[in-house]
Design a protein around this ligand. Structure first.
Ligand code: SF4
Length: 62
């Protein structure tokens, strides 16, 4: 199963909640915004979606 991880950079406030919660280190901070640089590792757990108060993250099965 593969997952597509997207961050809406307009909504992201850079609080790093997703960076901390992701069990497989999908996210890195780039220019103050979360960037899903390791999206290939995503497990589809949606913990990052739940923790993001800004609703900036979408995870979809592809
Ligand atoms: S869905 Fe889970 S594994 Fe995938 S990026 Fe979010 S926290 Fe990480």
């Amino acid at each position: 199963m593969a997952w597509q991880v997207e961050v809406d950079k307009e909504k992201c406030v850079g609080d790093e909640q997703c960076v901390e919660v992701c069990p497989v280190d999908v996210y890195e901070m780039v220019d103050g915004k979360a960037d899903p640089v390791n999206a290939d590792e995503c497990l589809g757990c949606e913990s990052c979606v739940e923790v993001c108060e800004e609703g900036a993250i979408t995870v979809t099965e592809v």
